[in-house]
Design a protein around this ligand. Structure first.
Ligand code: EPS
Length: 379
């Protein structure tokens, strides 16, 4: 079983992650982890904090001579902003911001200083998840599985669903908003500028796609083994995500069954195949061999320059929340976190299915499974 934990507060010393259950002899490319961390820090609409941080991973354990050794991998990303905070007098925060975990976290954990909640609830934690996801993606690369993402909409500016193919997604990083259509990108940036000028924020939708996923990851037999359920969980757990769709998603509910289900065809050279992928690569909680397609909706960032009404937790006096700095839009960054989420779930499913204590053992099991499937379908 593959599992991970993260620790660290937004303005604490560092973020750390521990990954347990990786096969030994997996090559770990530190530069690539840093490349993913860099990608998460990009995106039009970020605030002042991203000018301070330059996320870089330090691998503390579990790797020797560039390869995993079977023991837990510990990763650390320093918070450069820590140095600006450590000698500062930090006053207690008593004014909860609507849309954050401030009020409910303070009630639940019996805190009189909201900082004890907001520091951990912060989306800063997603840097650790991206580092973990980058390791997962390196495992998946051994089996030809590739993960990509792009931004579909920001505010009310949206790409049309028929406007792109999976091959186009490799271009997403060229756009400051990670949208593959140049004209739509420009309109998205304009929308962000307008929101910034109004002291407001914007959410949006991003899509993550995994290709070359083998048939049969996950399982139909039990609720907590269903791969679509695990994917939805991972995405919903990303800060500010309010909705997840797989394949046609909510659109499927508006169509007839005959328009939704992907018909099955067979040819000796190809085996079983589909001409459509409305299921988004998942049927009954199992991967069906088609690309896995996940979309997630991110709410607008709740820290606003435009004051929202709230109530002080100590004095109970009403006030209008105002802030020092904030991102206006973090949907492009969230799409990179989404890649990490999908990489993580698929890596877990691969380890569960193909097991093995070393990558060699895992590869052998994978090839044997594929050989069996190929033999069966050519019968
Ligand atoms: C965040 C608030 C901002 C963001 C932060 C998430 O930080 P600060 O309060 O320091 O201005 O920049 O995101 C990151 C630091 C990051 O690395 O993504 C929040 O409240 O969630």
């Amino acid at each position: 079983m593959l599992r991970f934990l993260t620790a660290g507060e937004s303005h604490g010393k560092a973020l750390v992650a521990i990954i347990e259950g990786l096969p030994a002899n997996l090559e770990i490319n530190e530069e690539d982890i840093n490349r993913q961390l860099f990608r998460r820090q990009q995106g039009y609409g970020r605030g002042g904090r991203m000018k301070i941080e330059k996320d870089e991973v330090e691998i503390l354990s579990g790797v020797r001579k560039g390869k995993t050794i079977g023991s837990p991998l510990a990763l650390m990303i320093k918070n450069l902003d820590y140095d600006n905070w450590k000698d500062r007098e930090v006053l207690p925060v008593t004014k909860p911001r609507p849309g954050h975990g401030d009020l409910t976290g303070a009630i639940k954990y019996n805190q009189k200083d909201i900082r004890n909640v907001l520091e951990r609830a912060s989306a800063r934690e997603t840097a650790a998840r991206v580092a973990v996801g980058a390791v997962a993606a390196q495992l998946l690369a051994n089996f030809g599985i590739k993960i990509m993402s792009h931004v579909i909409s920001i505010g009310d500016v949206s790409l049309k669903s028929c406007d792109y193919s999976i091959e186009d997604l490799t271009d997403a990083d060229k756009s400051p908003v990670r949208c593959i259509d140049e004209a739509v990108s420009t309109r998205m940036m304009k929308a962000i500028d307008e929101a910034r000028a109004q002291g407001d924020s914007l959410g949006g939708v991003f899509e993550v796609v995994a290709t070359n996923v083998p048939v049969g990851l996950g399982s139909h037999v039990h609720w907590d083994r269903k791969l679509d359920g695990l994917i939805a969980w991972a995405f919903m757990s990303i800060q500010a995500i309010k909705g997840v769709e797989i394949g046609l998603g909510f659109e499927a509910a508006r169509k007839k069954g005959s328009e939704v289900h992907d018909e099955i065809f067979y040819e000796k050279t190809l085996g079983f195949y589909r001409k459509t992928n409305n299921a988004g690569g998942l049927e009954a909680g199992l991967s069906n061999g088609c690309p896995i397609v996940v979309r997630a909706a991110m709410k607008p960032i709740p820290t606003l320059y435009k004051p929202l009404r709230s109530v002080d937790i100590i004095t109970k006096e009403p006030f209008a929340a105002s802030i020092e700095r904030s991102d206006v839009c973090a949907v492009p960054a969230a799409s990179i976190v989404g890649e990490a989420a999908l990489a993580w779930v698929l890596a877990g499913a691969m380890v569960e299915k193909f097991g093995g204590d070393s990558i060699e053992e895992m590869r052998k099991n994978f090839h044997e499974y594929n050989a069996t499937i190929n033999q069966e379908r050519k019968r």
